[in-house]
Design a protein around this ligand. Structure first.
Ligand code: NAP
Length: 394
């Protein structure tokens, strides 16, 4: 009897629009990477779970309960983009998945791959990982429409109880930021920085204006670091020379930046930053700005990580006009898959994938979107891009 390979169950959601095209490319790449990295000892066993249009057609439900319970049981999943149905009061399926599974850290790396066109002169200087809080802040969706009974009643309450005067034509929203959600996010960013030998962790906030939400985010961040990571860190505020060169060997410098300043410093001094930790709204802006700096959303992988469960997905959407045409760029999903392999502990397989993508791009193998931006005539299809990546792992 021959050896039986160990199997890892990976639930996957192909997604809508270009999702199935880029998912089949990604599955092929990840299978080959695992085979190469483990000499055939570990095999990925793909288990499709339903969500989005396919789920609705088959079950009448956009996000069946079973999908969430399978992901929770397996502790991991990879997904393509999902259409958010317009109208009908249906919430974003992506937000529902993140909130139902309490995937509190949105993790988005932004680094440049040689050959990828970028709007800046030195895109290679940016190499950051953004930890964005995924469950609260204004994204919690606690809002009331101008003139609604709730808005009127809240305006009256604020006037009578706190002497706050607001016009009756105001729409209102709440911005909850809690100590517990902040600290668990900061803990996961710090653990990542320690594990990966990252030199700088920066809290990004607008605490000068929003003292009890964004300002508290900063305070709780420092508190958590002091309580749990004091052996690993130096604080920029206590360093006489506040620069990278004076960080003691093996230590991490922790600092903070006001969000607007941060958005200009990632452009003017990108090499000074490494891990950025931000509340939900600022993190959203920052992640897209960083992605643009290194070539755009087509190269932006992502992960949504909670305690014991994580879902990996590209940042981009379903690009429906390219669906089923073997045109879409699969890089962001393939790189999300590489993050998933690392999360599962298969670091060799993960870096094989990343290096192979890097090699393909450096040799000018590009899908239509980036060939166009780079001013190149020749381009390959989704599936051929995957072939080129696979060739570099053989
Ligand atoms: P989008 O799908 O990201 O597409 C915007 C444009 O970017 C596309 O028209 C496309 O081409 C380009 N593009 C994006 N990804 C590409 C890829 N992999 N390869 C080649 N080109 C790519 O954004 P959208 O149009 O705003 O959203 C469409 C749907 O996706 C909506 O239903 C939205 O709710 C959903 N969405 C889902 C997620 C998610 O599942 N996490 C995220 C975002 C949006 P051109 O530049 O040539 O036009």
């Amino acid at each position: 009897m021959g050896d039986i390979a160990k199997e890892i169950l990976i639930p996957y959601i192909p997604g809508d629009g270009i999702g199935p095209d880029i998912m089949s490319a990604t599955v092929r790449v990840l299978d080959v990477a695992m085979r190469a990295a483990t000499a055939g000892g570990v095999k990925l066993h793909w288990e499709e779970v339903l969500a989005g249009e396919k789920a609705f057609k088959k079950t009448g439900c956009w996000l069946p309960e079973e999908t969430l319970s399978v992901i929770e049981q397996r502790g991991v999943a990879i997904k393509g983009p999902l259409t958010t149905p317009v109208g009908g009061g249906i919430r974003s399926l992506n937000v529902t998945i993140r909130q139902s599974l309490d995937l509190y850290a949105s993790v988005r790396p932004a680094r440049h791959y040689a050959g990828v066109p970028s709007p800046v002169k030195h895109p290679e200087k940016l190499n950051v990982v953004i930890f964005r809080e995924n469950t609260e802040d204004v994204y919690k969706g606690i809002e009331w429409k101008r003139g609604s009974e709730e808005a009127k009643s809240l305006i009256a309450y604020l006037r009578s109880e706190f002497g706050v005067e607001l016009g009756s034509d105001c729409g209102l929203g709440l911005k909850p930021i809690s100590e517990s959600a902040t600290k668990r996010l900061v803990r996961s960013a710090m653990e990542y920085a320690v594990r990966k030998g990252r030199k700088v962790v920066t809290f990004v906030h607008k605490g000068n204006i929003m003292k009890h939400t964004e300002g508290a985010f900063r305070e709780w961040g420092y508190e958590l670091v002091r309580d749990e990571f004091s052996d690993h860190v130096v604080f920029e505020s206590e360093m006489p020379q506040k620069d990278l060169a004076s960080i003691p060997k093996g230590m991490i410098m922790v600092n903070d930046r006001i969000a607007d300043n941060m958005l200009q410093q990632i452009l003017t001094r990108p090499e000074e930053y490494s891990v950025l930790v931000a509340p939900n709204l600022n993190g959203d802006y920052l992640a897209d700005a960083c992605a643009a700096q290194v070539g755009g959303l087509g190269f932006a992988p992502g992960a949504n990580i909670g305690d014991g469960v994580a879902v990996f997905e590209p940042v981009h959407g379903t690009a429906p006009k390219y669906a089923g045409r073997n045109i879409a760029n699969p890089c962001a999903l393939i790189l999300s898959g590489s993050m998933m392999l690392e999360y599962l502990g298969y670091t060799n397989a993960s870096s094989l994938v990343e290096k192979a993508v890097e090699g393909a791009l450096a040799h000018g193998v590009m899908t239509r979107d980036f060939a166009k931006l780079a001013g190149l005539q020749s381009h390959v299809g989704t599936s051929e891009f995957a072939d080129a990546v696979i060739d570099r792992m053989a």
